[in-house]
Design a protein around this ligand. Structure first.
Ligand SMILES: Cc1ncc(COP(=O)(O)O)c(C=O)c1O
Length: 395
């Protein structure tokens, strides 16, 4: 080991790289050789920020609104986000409880920095978004991954929280709708979880980054379950602003000074141009565009789920949100990792195996992203049909 590497902090041992990067490298090499690939491994919308948002960013630049903002965010953006809670969910959230961050990533980091003690456990479902366990590990806590299958919509249930809560457990970290499964926790179950955690004097963090991209049921936010619930959201997914690095946290009033102190030190503030641009996200013009795009995502989901089933994948829970299908490939192959590599090499379709999202049944599942055009989805299904038919005859 080189002298520099021997100085790496031991917490790095608990932070794993993404397996999917291996697949991404293989894909990049095939594309370099001239192969045409269809990307269904991606975790970002194929849409980019709509024109009213771009125009607002251009105006901010022309007007020189380029300085640092307050660490908690532009007051008018915090107010616009509060109004969003009132308009969409009918929930009153004081703007003072909203902290604007550099994406949901910074929101997760700030929440974990404020709440995760060394050696504390945080409960989360397996499968879940891989960075969550690494945020906890970065503060020397331990992610306690609780295996969850289709019978629980791949989420934690109240019974699971009770069963797995231990001496060292300090809280739960949930995402609804979830990455990689696209499934949400039912409102009543979430209410029970929040009450249980409250009774144990723990914290509940709910990552609602895929909110807005929900296709079934009325909008419901964990922010309606009490001021003590910490809610995370972002402009990355529904608002199509991944690279702008903007998100937010809703925190209890009492936590604001701690988060503010951390945000000042760790980030100074979120991008000021992005904040000025995001003000346009809530206007009528942008809202109409976002709603049309949500409908397009729904159309794709309604196409891809039955198409995957016809190919021999099982989709044990209909995803109700995000742009992912967590599909069981055990009828097609013994190992999702090998299957996805073969799909890439032989069919030119990029789909990621369950491995990055946990270890529970991870080799049995693939995550299919439908954040690509309908034409691409149709072409991918045709290619996979041919690929699977060949495999059946020459396994
Ligand atoms: C569940 C979940 N949370 C958080 C993030 C981070 O998003 P961002 O930092 O772009 O807001 C992602 C990104 O894919 C995600 O899937």
């Amino acid at each position: 080991m080189s002298p520099q590497l021997s100085q790496l902090a031991s917490r790095l041992d608990r932070i794993a790289p993404f397996h999917v990067m291996e697949l991404a490298k293989m894909a990049a090499e095939l594309e370099r050789q001239g192969r045409h690939l269809i990307h269904m491994g991606i975790g970002e919308p194929d849409f980019t920020a709509p024109q009213p948002v771009i125009d607002a960013a251009a105006r901010a630049m022309a007007d020189g609104k380029l300085q640092y903002t307050s660490a908690l965010g532009l007051p008018e953006l915090r107010e616009a986000i509060a109004a969003h809670y009132r308009d969409v969910y009918g929930v009153t959230v004081a703007p003072s409880r909203i902290v604007v961050t550099a994406g949901a990533s910074a929101a997760l980091l700030l929440a974990c920095a404020a709440l995760v003690e060394k050696d504390a456990d945080v409960l989360m479902p397996d499968p879940s978004y891989p960075c969550n366990r690494h945020f906890v590990a970065a503060f020397e806590g331990k992610a306690k991954l609780v295996p969850s299958g289709p019978e629980h919509r791949f989420q934690l249930s109240n019974a699971m929280v009770n069963e797995h809560w231990g001496e060292a457990t300090r809280g739960v970290l949930l995402a609804s709708p979830s990455n990689p499964t696209g499934t949400s926790i039912e409102a009543e179950e979430l209410r029970r979880i929040v009450e249980t955690v409250r009774g144990r004097r723990g914290f509940t963090i709910v990552d609602e980054i895929y909110h807005g991209l929900r296709y079934d049921g009325p909008p419901f936010s964990a922010s309606s379950l009490g001021d003590d619930v910490i809610v995370i959201n972002s402009f990355s997914k529904y608002f199509n602003m991944t690279g702008w690095r903007l998100g937010w946290l809703v925190v209890p009033e009492a936590l604001v000074p701690a988060i503010e102190k951390l945000a000042q030190n760790l980030f100074i503030c979120a991008s000021s141009i992005a904040q000025h641009a995001a003000l346009a996200c809530f206007g009528p013009e942008a809202s109409a565009i976002y709603e049309a795009r949500r409908e397009e995502f729904r159309r794709r989901r309604d196409y891809i789920v039955p198409a995957l089933q016809a190919l021999g994948f099982k989709v044990p829970v209909l995803p109700d949100g995000a742009f992912y299908v967590y599909a069981d490939c055990s009828a097609l192959a013994d190992d999702a990792d090998q299957l996805t590599r073969a799909m890439l090499n032989d069919a030119g379709v990029v789909i990621v195996p369950g491995l990055d999202f946990g270890s529970h049944a991870a080799r049995q599942y693939v995550r299919v992203s439908y954040a690509t055009s309908m034409e691409n989805l149709q072409e991918a299904v045709a290619r996979l049909g041919e690929f699977l038919a060949k495999r059946k005859h020459h396994p």
